[in-house]
Design a binder for this molecule. Structure first.
Ligand SMILES: Nc1nc2c(ncn2[C@@H]2O[C@H](COP(=O)(O)OP(=O)(O)OP(=O)(O)O)[C@@H](O)[C@H]2O)c(=O)[nH]1
Length: 741
C-alpha cells in the first residue's frame, strides 16, 4: 500500500544512528519503555551466545556491536549475523581492493608482465564489475517479527489470540516494547538494498547463454521450469570473483577447511546418521504408539460428507505493493456479506477522518490500528468466505518485497492464488519489471505448488475501462506465466476494479461492453481443489502457537495447515523436532469448533501435556507412529531465479520450508540437468547461474529440521532459497542424506 512510503524512504543507518535510541554513551533511551526488561536481558544473553558461536571471533566486530545489532534486530540472530558478516565482508573487500590497487600500481611501474589474476581484476574494473556483497540483511525482514518473536519467547502476547481467531493475523507489534520502539520512529526496510549488489557482466554473459525450454506437460510434478545451461566457459574473471567470494563465505561461516569441514556436520547440530537412501516411513524411528481412542470417528467418511456440499480451498492474494489487493478483497468480502453495513460505514468514517478514505475497503483486512495508521501489512491475514459452490480460506499476503518471507509462509498454505495487477499506466510496468513483485510472487506461488491462478487486472476504472490496456497486460502476462510453468488453461484473466467493485460479484454491461467472461466470484467458484493427501501420515506445519486453548480448555494452541492425513480430538501427537507429545483437546476450522480435521485444512488445534518451549514455527506435528524425518543435510533439485551472482560451493542461503526459515549452506554442486530429458548436462559444475536447474547438496547451519522428500510429501518436500532479501531459487527435496533423531 502507498502507506508504506514513509517507512520505505527511511534508511536503516538513520534508524540505527537515531539519538532517540541511543544516548551519547551508547546506552538505550532513559525512558523505561526502552530500557531492557529481564526477559530482554535473557534474550540478549542467548542471542550473543548464538551469534558468537556462529561467527566466532571476527577482528572487526566487538561485543558492543553485536549487542547493538541484536537489539536493533529485536534479537533476531539470523539477521544480526547477516548484517555483521556483510560489514566484515565489505571491509575485507575494501582491504583487498586497496592491496590489489597497490599491487597493480607497483606491478605497472616495475614490470610489463601481467599476471592472470591482475588481468582479471583489471578486466573487472573495466567492465564495472562490483564485488559480491555478502548476504545483505533483508531489511523488510525487520518487520517480519513473528518468527523472531516466537524464537525469543514472547508467546505470552498470543494469549489473547484464542479469541482473535477470526483473523489469525500475527500481531508482533502489539505488546512488545521493543517493537513499539521501532514503531514510533519507523524502521528502515531498506527497499533498495538488494540493488547494491553489483552485476557481474561475466556472469550475465553466461546467464544469457542459457536457453529456456518450455514444457507443456501439465504433469502435477512439473514444478520446475526447465532450463538448459550451455554456460561452459570458465572465464578467469568469473573464477576470480567466485573464489574470492567462496573464500569469504566459507571463512565467515567458520568452515575454513573447505574440503573437509564442508562435509562435516556443524557443531550445533547433533550427530546424525548418514543414510544412503531416503528413509521410508517404516524405516523411521517410531516413538510410542498413538493413544487408542474409545470412539474413533471415520474421518474420511466425514470428510466426504463435508465436501459433498461445498469444496474447500485455501486462496492466497498476491501482487506488487499497492496493486490493490486488500481493497479488492475487502470489497469482495463486503459484497459477499462477510462484512456488515454498519462496520463498513464505520470504516468509511474512520478512514476519512485520518485522510485515508480510499483505504476503507482495505481496512476489512488491515484490521489493527497500527496497520491502518502506519500502513504496514506485515503478515498474512486470514479470513473466510463462500461462493455458491466453494468455501475459501483467504490469505491476504503483504505485497512489499520486504515481507516476502511472510508471503512465502502464506503461499505455502495456498491451493490457488489471485494475482492482482494494477492496470494504471506505468504502474503495471513498475510491478512487472525486475524490481517489481508481480513476477517474483507468481514464480513463488508456482514453485510452492499453486497451479491455478486468477489474474485480477485491477484499477481499470483509472484507465477508463480500456480494452486495449486489458489486452496489452494480458498479452505480457501470458508470455511470462507460461514461462513460469503455469498451464494456459489454469490461468484466468478478470478485468475489474476493487475500488468501484465492478466485475467482482456483478458488472454493469455498459461499463465493459467488450467483456463477457465470468466475474471474479464466478471464476473463483469454478476453481478446483487439488487432491488432498487424506491417506498420507498426519502432518501439521506449525505457523504460530500460543498458550491457552480454544474455548476454556487450557493447554497450548497451535495454528497451522494440515499437509497430510487426518486428526481428531483425543489423538496423541508428537512435535518434531523435540519429540514432545501432547493430546488433542480441541480443533477449530474457520472459527467453528470441530472434532476432526483433514489434509488441506488450516486449523487451530489445542494440545494438553505438551510443553510450549518445545514448539517452534516450522515444527511439524505428526502421529508418534508416523514421525516426520529430521535432517540437517539433504539433496535437492533447484531452479535458480534471475540471480545476479552465480551459486558456488559454500554459498550461504536462508532456507525456507513453509513458515520455517533457517540458515544453510549449499555445500555441493552435483550437476546441472536438462529437465526436459532429465539428463545431466554437466557434472560437478563450478557455479550455477540464473534460470538453471541443478542438483545440489544443502546443509543446515544451526539445527536439523523436519523435512521430507517431495516424493513422500509434496508440501514438506518444497523449499525456497533466499539470500540478501532476494529469492534466489525454488526447489524440491530429492534425498535426505543424514537422519537425525
Ligand atoms: N482507482 C482505484 N484505486 C484503487 C483500486 N484498488 C485499490 N486502489 C487504491 O490503491 C491504493 C492501494 O490499495 P491497497 O488495497 O491498499 O493495495 P495493496 O495491494 O493491498 O497494498 P499492500 O498490501 O501494501 O501491498 C489505495 O489508495 C486504494 O484505494 C481500484 O480498483 N481503483
Amino acid at each position: 500500500m502507498s502507506r508504506h512510503r514513509t517507512i520505505r524512504n527511511m534508511k536503516v543507518e538513520d534508524v540505527f544512528a537515531d539519538e532517540y535510541y541511543y544516548d551519547e554513551n551508547g546506552n538505550g533511551d532513559d525512558d523505561d519503555e526502552y530500557s531492557m526488561t529481564e526477559v530482554q536481558k535473557v534474550q540478549m544473553k542467548e542471542g550473543m551466545k548464538e551469534v558468537k558461536s556462529i561467527i566466532g571471533q571476527l577482528d572487526d566486530i566487538n561485543d558492543e556491536e553485536i549487542e547493538n545489532t541484536l537489539w536493533n534486530y529485536y534479537f533476531d540472530v539470523e539477521k544480526t549475523i547477516s548484517l555483521l558478516l556483510d560489514k566484515v565482508h565489505k571491509s575485507q573487500v575494501r582491504k583487498q581492493n586497496n592491496l590489489q590497487k597497490k599491487a597493480n600500481s607497483s606491478n605497472e611501474s616495475t614490470t610489463t608482465t601481467t599476471t592472470k589474476s591482475n588481468k582479471a581484476i583489471k578486466n573487472n574494473k573495466d567492465s564495472n564489475i562490483k564485488c559480491f556483497a555478502f548476504d545483505q540483511p533483508s531489511p523488510d525482514d525487520e518487520f517480519m517479527k513473528t518468527a523472531s518473536l516466537r524464537k525469543t519467547g514472547t508467546t505470552k502476547e498470543k494469549q489473547d489470540a484464542t479469541k482473535a481467531t477470526t483473523k489469525l493475523r500475527k500481531k508482533p507489534n502489539e505488546s512488545s516494547p521493543i517493537i513499539e520502539k521501532g514503531k514510533d520512529k519507523g524502521i528502515d526496510i531498506g527497499k533498495d538494498k538488494g540493488k547494491d549488489i553489483g552485476i557481474n557482466k561475466g556472469i550475465d554473459k553466461g546467464g544469457k547463454a542459457s536457453i529456456v525450454i518450455q514444457k507443456e506437460k501439465g504433469n502435477e510434478n512439473d514444478d520446475i521450469i526447465e532450463v538448459l545451461d550451455d554456460d561452459d566457459d570458465d572465464d578467469e574473471k568469473l573464477k576470480f570473483d567466485m573464489e574470492a567470494q567462496l573464500r569469504f563465505d566459507v571463512g565467515a561461516l567458520g568452515l575454513n577447511d573447505l574440503d573437509e569441514s564442508l562435509t562435516e556436520t556443524g557443531e550445533s547440530i547433533q550427530e546424525e546418521s548418514p543414510i544412503t537412501t531416503t528413509p521410508k516411513q517404516q524405516d523411521l524411528p517410531k516413538t510410542t504408539k498413538a493413544r487408542k481412542l474409545s470412539k474413533r470417528i471415520n474421518v474420511i467418511e466425514e470428510y466426504k460428507k463435508r465436501t459433498a456440499d461445498k469444496l474447500s480451498l485455501n486462496l492466497v492474494i498476491i501482487g506488487h505493493v499497492d496493486a490493490g489487493k486488500s481493497t479488492l478483497m475487502g470489497h469482495l468480502l463486503y459484497l459477499l456479506g462477510e462484512v456488515n453495513e454498519k462496520t463498513m460505514k464505520k470504516y468509511e468514517r474512520d478512514s476519512s477522518k485520518i485522510g485515508k478514505s480510499s483505504f476503507s475497503f482495505a481496512w476489512v483486512l488491515d484490521e489493527t490500528n497500527e496497520e491502518r495508521t502506519r500502513g504496514v501489512t506485515m503478515d498474512i491475514a486470514i479470513m473466510k468466505f463462500e461462493t455458491p459452490n466453494r468455501k475459501f480460506t483467504l490469505l491476504d499476503a503483504p505485497g512489499h518485497r520486504d515481507f516476502i518471507p511472510n508471503m512465502i509462509s502464506g503461499a505455502a498454505q495456498a491451493d490457488v492464488a489471485i494475482l492482482v495487477v494494477d492496470s494504471t499506466t506505468g504502474e503495471f510496468e513498475a510491478g512487472f519489471d525486475s524490481n517489481g513483485q508481480t513476477k517474483e510472487h507468481a514464480l513463488l506461488v508456482r514453485s510452492l505448488g499453486v497451479q491455478q491462478l486468477i489474474v485480477a487486472v485491477n484499477k481499470l476504472d483509472v484507465v477508463d475501462w480500456s480494452q486495449f490496456r486489458f489486452d496489452e497486460i494480458v498479452a505480457k502476462l501470458k508470455i511470462f506465466l507460461n514461462q513460469a510453468n503455469f498451464r494456459k488453461n489454469n490461468v484466468f484473466y478478470i478485468p475489474c476494479s476493487g475500488l468501484t467493485g465492478e466485475n467482482l460479484v456483478k458488472r454493469d454491461p455498459k461499463i465493459m461492453e467488450w467483456y463477457n467472461g465470468p466475474t471474479l466470484v464466478q471464476q473463483l467458484d469454478n476453481l478446483e481443489p487439488p487432491t488432498r493427501l487424506l491417506e498420507e501420515p498426519f502432518r501439521l506445519s506449525v505457523n504460530d502457537f500460543f498458550k491457552g486453548g480454544i474455548g476454556n480448555v487450557g493447554g497450548v494452541t497451535v495454528a497451522g495447515r494440515m499437509g497430510g492425513g487426518t486428526i481428531q480430538v483425543g489423538e496423541e501427537v508428537i512435535a518434531i523436532p523435540g519429540g514432545e507429545t501432547g493430546v488433542v483437546k480441541a480443533i477449530e476450522i474457520n472459527e467453528v469448533t470441530c472434532k476432526w480435521a483433514a489434509a488441506g485444512d488450516s486449523i487451530l488445534i489445542t494440545l494438553t501435556g505438551l510443553d510450549i518451549i518445545q514448539l517452534k514455527v516450522g515444527s511439524i506435528l505428526c502421529l508418534p507412529s508416523d514421525p516426520v524425518p529430521v535432517t540437517s543435510h539433504f539433496q535437492a533439485q533447484i531452479l535458480t531465479f534471475d540471480i545476479k551472482i552465480p551459486i558456488t560451493r559454500g554459498f550461504p542461503v536462508i532456507l525456507h520450508r513453509q513458515s520455517l526459515n533457517e540458515p544453510a549452506v549449499i555445500i555441493k554442486l552435483e550437476s546441472i540437468i536438462d529437465r526436459s530429458t532429465g539428463n545431466v548436462t554437466k557434472k560437478n559444475p563450478r557455479h550455477i547461474s540464473k534460470s538453471t536447474t541443478a542438483i545440489v547438496e544443502i546443509k543446515l547451519s544451526n539445527r536439523s529440521i523436519p523435512l521430507e522428500t517431495f516424493e513422500d510429501n509434496k508440501e514438506l518436500g518444497r523449499i525456497m532459497l533466499r539470500k540478501g532479501g532476494e529469492t534466489i531459487a525454488a526447489g524440491i527435496v530429492k534425498k535426505l542424506i543424514t537422519l537425525g533423531s
